[in-house]
Design a protein around this ligand. Structure first.
Ligand SMILES: C[S@@+](CC[C@H](N)C(=O)[O-])C[C@H]1O[C@@H](n2cnc3c(N)ncnc32)[C@H](O)[C@@H]1O
Ligand SMILES: *[C@@H]1O[C@H](CO)[C@@H](O)[C@H](O)[C@H]1NC(C)=O
Length: 271
């Protein structure tokens, strides 16, 4: 009898201890998750591990895109909504007769508005394919315009127009598509790279929180230059941006808040 009582006591004690241990483990896990998720999920979600760039793969793709870009362009009809958006952009730009700044993949357009305030003597056009993001934008000042369009098509139309003068292009925090096999989806591996380089003006500024993206971008542009596509562009960076007190974009603001470092690559023509 006593033996059974003792055994029951011991079982319940083990059970309590077990439950307590489980609880402790759970809180620990929760705390760890909370830490990880802490500022806006940024540290866990946005920090993509850096890796070596597969230079051979980048070269191979760029070579193919440069060799085939004429065929690619002929085969790919321009989407009607982008043609219409470009028409609007062209009329706006002509009415202002100021050098153009293109904010490519502008999202909600925060950067377009910031750039237009910084450069009142320029025309700033923000382009994004997401209606949902664009619809969150604030009213644009006189020298800015936000448009929904496909960038690949938009760059082609820009490059083909003979009177629009693009001064510079910003490509801020493009979708990283971080997997190796998704190189083709990143702008540096995409068939639209020649159009981007030919339409970007004298200067192209790319920002990302993933340094590898920019290293890869730099290599792709160097190879394109060797193949005759904008050989005048000289690269600077990628370097870390230290002063982010006035973030240009919503993504940049998230990274800044979370203490996630961001990098910049500039391709500049030695005019
Ligand atoms: C990661 S978000 C960055 C948005 C903004 N630049 C920022 O930093 O907050 C990338 C943006 O690029 C746009 N985008 C990606 N590919 C595009 C394409 N081919 N044409 C137009 N927009 C594109 C997406 O819709 C998205 O808004
Ligand atoms: C850009 O324009 C140049 C000159 O008109 C042309 O040779 C080139 O094929 C165009 N590139 C693209 C990608 O449309």
């Amino acid at each position: 009898m006593l033996y059974i009582l003792l055994m029951m006591l011991s079982i319940s004690r083990t059970a309590t201890l077990g439950a307590r241990r489980l609880l402790r483990a759970k809180t620990g896990a929760l705390r760890a998750a909370a830490l990880h998720a802490a500022p806006d999920d940024a540290s866990s979600i946005y920090a993509i591990p850096e890796r070596d760039v597969d230079e051979a793969a980048v070269h191979q793709l760029v070579e193919r895109h440069v060799a085939q870009h004429a065929t690619y362009l002929n085969k790919r009809p321009i989407a009607a909504h982008t043609r219409a958006a470009f028409q609007t952009a062209a009329e706006f730009a002509r009415s202002r007769a100021a050098p153009l700044i293109i904010d490519a993949g502008c999202g909600t357009g925060r950067s377009t508005l910031k750039l237009s305030a910084r450069h009142p003597d320029r025309t700033v056009i923000g382009v994004d394919r997401s209606e949902a993001r664009l619809s969150k934008s604030n009213d644009a000042p006189d020298n800015a315009l936000l448009l929904r369009a496909e960038l690949g098509d938009f760059w082609r139309l820009l490059n083909d127009s003979n009177d629009l003068r693009v001064e510079e292009t910003y490509l801020l925090y493009p979708n990283p598509y971080p997997k190796d096999k998704h190189l083709k989806m990143r702008f540096q591996g995409h068939a639209s790279l020649p159009s981007l380089l030919q339409a970007c003006g004298h200067k192209l500024t790319v920002r990302a929180s993933w340094r590898t993206y920019l290293e890869e971008f730099r290599l792709a542009c160097r190879r394109a230059g060797e193949l005759g596509i904008r050989p005048d562009l000289v690269s600077k960076g990628p370097y870390e941006l230290s002063d982010l007190h006035d973030p240009l974009t919503l993504f940049e603001r998230k990274y800044a808040k979370a203490g996630v470092p961001v990098y910049e690559l500039v391709l500049d023509s030695d005019r």
